[in-house]
Design a protein. Structure first.
Lengths: 599, 502
């Protein structure tokens, strides 16, 4: 979740509430959903919040929310904008992968250290959230005094150009560097360049912004040093590039609102997409930005009342909207509806329901009285869950310690250390019954546990690379971990196993297997079979154990588990090679079969 | 007459004329004193013996008293130190005397108060003078301690003992001595002759069949001794917590859901109105599986879900400004939440089309890529529940969850407004830890957005919540490291010894 760092002195200044102390702010902000997390090394208070109100990523936005909360402000506020002087020309050479640009000119800023830090913080936090790590939207803020605009033709407005460049064909001095570097050199040699190199890797042309003097910004990677913003900067040029026009426009709006809150004036810029350049289909090729138009949505009185479970007068609802920073008007009639105006810094209102939530927050969800819904339904457990539980009760009655193991494992544990080869059992070798077309239980085909494993794509850890195809390896691993504990150790698990199976909707066959292992000085085939027999008796199932072979077990002491005539698993004495591999010094006898056999 | 062997021995050792103590009889018969006592009471109940009791005062040195036997009473040490510093002639500063006497801590106060009481000298303005005529060697308190240490009865006044008792140097107690005398009936019995009954170690089938058990005595066990522990099997502690949760939910009218662990991103995320570029859907947070994509998803459903993502749902709905690809939606991954099951049930694909009202739940495994630590696992159990009805309100949601948590002793639930892509309004649930009183997050809840329910064909309200079972289990079992419970790292002794919850 996003975290905003707040200088509470600034917060006092921006809200106009000098009398508030830090603790009071913490309480009020908790009420708004901003939870105090701790302090930074510089003594700023950190607040964590859910990523819906991204306009609260800076102290200015948080102060605005508080002013509404305190009743100092009501309704929608939209700052004044001056007409454009500057143009952003979009050249057709702009890479298709990052076609969109937007921007604004900000005049008369008064940046002390605190304000500058806050602006940089807002920029970074917007990058991390809406900007999806700069991939979707990246912000560059420049000192306007250092930009020299060349009008495209005589008498026209000054302009800068968004274009594509040869990665090795131009050089500039990036921030935090002293030498001129080409874009490719930036990616290879500059810390920031290395961090964001992936975002432009593979592009034929890199995105770049030019003024009359040359390249001054290499989005989304780094700005040029020439236009660096300092506490001395008075006028700023904000540009944003990205893969979605709406997203960068909203990011731009949030920046404009933050700077406007500090007394700066917003000046529009024109964005002209050249013929041949990709332009946003919903807005056309010629834009004036920032777009501070408000949105409008309609919500019914009835929906608000049913969703919050409270009856309201229309005036109360309007009051709640205004305290949420929205404007609303309504028409009385058979159905009361509210036309709600939404300010352009909000990025979270996708549906009228979101407005109901705003009413609830302004009204105070704490004021709602819980009630148990007067709705009757019949409860019950799933049949398979009941079966699983009943079998577990039988196993526990036989003295098995019930285990819960991970479903993810590695090929080493699932196959190699058990002496089993993938592709030797289950769906991998199953054949349909020629007559009925039905397939046998996968645990009855070939080597139990020998199915093709479901592998995790690009696993993060060598220990968890696939789903287990059988459960006995998990039991043996647990015994391996517990050799220091007293014997006997009789353990069992009823758990999930899976294998690749392209006849399934998900292409994964998922099964529940019943597995038990008896580990003690006198563990034998007979000890395991006696217990298995008892479980089968509990479910009135007929058990047969015809001789079979399995690479994890001793030849001549291994049998297939056949329940009610169907081959569904394996039972035997674990092979000494497997025991020694797991540092076990006692014999182990084990069985495993498909739970569904007991249905 | 027949009597058990040991009773007979006691009867024969008793006398009609002399009281004989238990110890004497034990010495004579070779039985343990407690055995003799047991037999004597049995014989008394038969009217063959009289058991008499006399109580004697006992006097024992306490640890402190024993210490002073060798080191000398603190006041005496203070006196001797004063003498050594010539305090009988000239008062000496108290500090010096205490140092000379090597008195420490509480000994100093003990020495000073008793020094004055015994007339060993005086203290004035921080200076100490001793009375050269006093004679600690004749101090009766010291003499009594020495006598007790030597195992002799102290030959001193009762008041001296009281004084030592109040100083905590001796412990005054009581010991009961039992003695036995034969009654007339006892004498008669011995005269007519008593036989010993047989003692056997174990009840055997033969003993029961023959009826011989009537004539034998069973040898005694030490019934207080520890027996070897029997390790029976038991249900896993997390399973038991899950059972408890299932019981509560079934009791509240919830039906259990069931469905695939490996599922398409469509069911796991797209139906939930999670934008495809949401951080939780990136490579690092999910476990994608290397199997072919899901082919069978109802086409119309895909179109509706895609429309919700791209253009929003309803007249005033806006979509996400995020890319959406059907290819990604069809990819298979391990589910990051069991809300995928809720989506399958709500869509009707898991069974019948559902008409309101409905309540459904599951307590099943989910998979999230996280760093393994004491509170996080890559696999954990999620409790998921939802209620479908006409016109559900936030108040119904609050009432339902309050009831659920109350069943686990968690009251005073707080609902903190929250944001989830799939619910609105949304609330994080906080509650007080039943033992520590700490405020902890215990769940996430909300009313499913219309962008979720609409494409699934549900046109009433659905409220839902989720919570990690392990979190509840840690609260109710006090486990501090989740890895002790879950997985192949588990310690079998921990599982065997975990307290049974119910």
């Amino acid at each position: 979740m996003p975290v905003v760092d707040i200088d509470t002195d600034e917060l006092r200044g921006l809200t106009g509430h000098d009398e508030m102390d830090d603790e009071e702010f913490k309480t009020d902000l908790f009420g708004l959903g901003l939870e105090f997390e701790g302090e930074t090394d510089d003594g700023l208070l950190q607040f964590e919040f859910a990523p819906d109100r991204l306009d609260r990523l800076s102290v200015e936005g948080v102060a605005r929310s508080l002013r509404y909360h305190y009743g100092d402000d009501r309704g929608v506020y939209v700052p004044e904008t001056n007409d454009p002087e500057w143009t952003i020309e979009v050249d057709e050479s702009v890479p298709d992968e990052r076609p969109y640009v937007t921007g604004a000119v900000i005049r008369g800023v008064d940046l002390d250290e605190g304000a500058l830090d806050s602006l940089i913080q807002l920029q970074e936090k917007l990058h991390a959230t809406m900007g999806r790590g700069r991939a979707k939207g990246a912000i560059g803020i420049h000192d306007l005094a250092m930009i020299k605009g060349a009008p495209l033709q005589e008498g026209a407005e000054p302009s800068i150009t968004y274009r594509g460049v040869d990665p090795d064909g131009v050089s500039f001095v990036p921030l935090d560097a002293n030498d001129e570097l080409t874009p490719n050199e930036v990616l290879a040699e500059h810390d920031t360049g290395r961090a964001y190199a992936d975002l432009v890797a593979g592009l034929d042309r890199y995105p770049a912004i030019y003024d009359e003097l040359g390249l001054f910004s290499f989005p989304p990677v780094i700005n040029g040093k020439r236009t660096e913003v300092t506490t001395g900067s008075r006028d700023l040029f904000v540009e944003l590039t990205g893969t979605d026009q709406w997203t960068i426009d909203r990011m731009c709006n949030i920046i404009c609102y933050a700077l406007s809150a500090r007394g700066a004036t917003i000046e529009e810029v024109e964005v002209n997409y050249a013929d041949g350049a990709t332009h946003p289909s919903e807005y056309g090729a010629e834009l004036v930005r920032p777009n501070l138009d408000t949105d409008e949505k309609t919500v019914s009185h009835d929906r608000i009342e049913t969703l919050l479970g409270v009856e309201f007068e229309p005036e109360e609802i309007v009051d709640c909207f205004e305290r949420a920073g929205l404007d609303a008007s309504y028409t009385l009639g058979d159905e009361v509806r509210y036309e709600v105006e939404i300010p352009p810094y909000r990025v979270d209102v996708l549906h009228p329901l979101d407005l109901v939530d705003d009413v609830g927050r302004a009204y105070g969800f704490d004021n709602l009285e819980p009630r148990y819904p007067d709705v009757g339904t019949v409860g019950g457990r799933h049949e398979r869950s009941r079966l699983e539980d009943a079998v577990r009760t039988s196993l526990v009655g036989l003295g098995f310690e019930d285990l819960l193991n991970f479903h993810m494992t590695s090929g080493t544990e699932n196959f190699d250390r058990m002496n089993v080869e993938p592709g030797t059992g289950g769906a991998a070798v199953a054949e349909e019954d020629a007559e009925s077309g039905a397939r046998p239980p996968l645990a009855g085909v070939g080597v139990v546990g020998g199915g093709d494993p479901v592998e995790i794509t690009e696993p993060y850890s060598e220990e968890y690379t696939q789903l287990r195809t059988w459960a006995i390896p998990s039991l043996i691993m647990l015994l391996e971990r517990n050799t220091h504990n007293a014997y006997p150790q009789d353990v069992s698990e009823i758990g999930f196993v899976a294998e690749r199976d392209e006849t399934e909707n998900t292409n994964v066959a998922e099964r529940r297997h019943v597995a038990g292992a008896v580990a003690r000085r006198d563990a034998s085939y007979e000890a395991a079979k006696g217990r298995l027999q008892s479980v089968c008796d509990d479910f009135d199932a007929e058990l047969e154990t015809p001789r079979t072979d399995h690479p994890s077990f001793i030849d001549g002491r291994t049998a297939a588990v056949v329940i009610d005539g169907e081959r569904v698993g394996v039972i035997g004495e674990v092979h000494p090679a497997v025991l020694v591999e797991h540092d076990l010094e006692v014999p182990v006898a084990a069985f495993e079969f498909d739970l569904d056999a007991l249905r | 007459m027949r009597l058990p062997e040991r009773q007979l021995a006691v009867l024969e050792a008793a006398s009609a004329t002399d009281e004989r103590t238990i110890d004497e009889i034990a010495a004579e018969t070779g039985l343990k004193p407690e055995t003799v006592v047991g037999a004597a009471f049995d014989l008394r109940d038969e009217g063959l013996l009289v058991v008499g009791e006399t109580a004697d005062e006992t006097l024992d040195l306490t640890d402190e008293g024993r210490e002073y036997v060798d080191a000398g009473l603190p006041e005496t040490r203070l006196y001797r130190a004063g003498l050594a510093l010539d305090a009988d002639a000239e008062p000496v500063s108290m500090g010096r005397v205490i140092g000379e006497a090597d008195l420490n801590g509480p000994e100093v106060d003990i020495a000073l108060s008793n020094f004055a009481r015994k007339g060993f000298g005086g203290i004035d303005s921080g200076e100490l003078s001793v009375d050269g005529d006093a004679d600690p060697d004749t101090d009766p308190e010291a003499a009594a301690l020495t006598a007790l240490a030597a195992g002799e009865a102290p030959d001193v006044d009762e008041r001296v003992i009281d004084q030592l008792d109040s100083r905590g140097l001796v412990a005054v107690g009581e010991s009961v001595t039992r003695s036995v005398t034969l009654t007339d009936a006892g004498v008669d019995a011995l005269m007519t002759g008593v036989e010993a009954t047989e003692t056997v170690a174990q009840v055997t089938p033969e003993l029961l069949a023959s009826g011989e058990w009537r004539d034998v005595e069973f040898s005694e066990y030490n019934v207080e001794a520890d027996a070897p522990t029997v390790s029976g099997g038991r249900k896993h502690v997390l399973r038991r917590t899950a059972d408890r949760v299932k019981d509560v939910l079934v009791g509240m009218g919830f039906q259990e859901m069931e469905g695939p662990h490996a599922d398409s991103d469509f069911w796991i995320n797209d139906c939930l109105f999670m934008p495809q570029d949401h951080p939780a859907r990136t490579h690092w947070d999910r476990f994608a599986l290397d199997v072919p994509p899901m082919e069978e998803i109802p086409d119309e459903l895909i179109r509706r879900v895609e429309a919700a993502h791209r253009d929003g749902w309803g007249v005033d709905g806006d979509g996400y400004h995020s890319p959406w690809s059907e290819e990604f939606a069809r990819e298979i991954a391990l589910r990051g939440h069991t809300t995928s099951l809720s989506m399958r049930y709500l869509s009707g694909i898991a069974g019948a089309e559902l008409e309101p009202p409905q309540r459904y739940f599951s307590v099943e495994k989910v998979y999230r890529n996280d760093t393994l630590d004491p509170t996080h696992l890559l696999e954990f159990y999620q409790i998921e529940g939802w209620v479908m009805a006409e016109d559900l309100s936030v108040r119904d949601l609050m009432g339902t969850f309050e009831e659920f948590y109350r069943q686990f002793g968690i009251t005073d639930i707080r609902f903190k407004p929250h944001y989830n892509p799939y619910t609105e309004p949304s609330f994080e649930l906080f509650g007080e830890h039943p033992e520590t009183g700490e405020e902890i997050e215990i769940g996430n809840s909300g009313v499913f957005r219309e962008e979720v329910t609409g494409p699934l064909g549900v046109d009433c309200d659905v409220m839902a919540w989720g919570l990690a079972l392990e979190r509840l289990a840690m609260l109710t079992t006090g486990a501090e490291d989740i890895r002790d419970l879950h997985g192949t790292l588990a310690d079998i002794e921990f599982l065997r010894n975990a307290e049974v919850s119910y």
